[in-house]
Write a protein of this length. Structure first.
Length: 129
């Protein structure tokens, strides 16, 4: 089951953070078709958020066709986003973990690592476009 977390410093609305986390879990194979998402009440208890915010995120995911709400039963995943590339994730994850270790050894803190990664990712994406 997915475990949500919120970053108040991110500048991203809480409901969007929940949506992004579900999408990431679908892409990485953490969530599969038929899996049940935590109830609104469970998410509220887990991350101290307004129930309407969780409901908004779940409605948006349902609108996108990623989940379906079944009254009295819960909210269930209807499709994944991982595709056939899931088998290639583990070697990439290990390589990335090695890079993160090197970044730590170079003295970078979390915020610096994130900034370096995002700026490099954006430059790479722009060069490919």
């Amino acid at each position: 089951m997915i475990e949500f977390h919120l970053d108040s410093r991110s500048g991203v609305a809480p409901y969007m953070q929940l949506i992004q986390q579900v999408r990431h879990a679908l892409r990485l194979g953490v969530l599969h078709e038929g899996d049940k998402l935590p109830t609104v009440k469970e998410v509220v208890g887990q991350v101290a958020i307004n129930p309407n915010t969780v409901s908004k995120a779940y409605r948006e995911l349902e609108y996108e066709g990623l989940v379906v709400a079944r009254p009295g039963l819960g909210t269930f995943v209807t499709r994944t986003l991982g595709g056939d590339s899931l088998a290639r994730h583990e070697p990439l994850r290990q390589s990335l973990a090695g890079w993160l270790s090197e970044a730590r050894e170079a003295g970078l803190d979390d915020e610096s690592i994130e900034a370096l990664f995002l700026s490099t990712f954006r430059a790479f994406s722009e060069a490919r476009a």
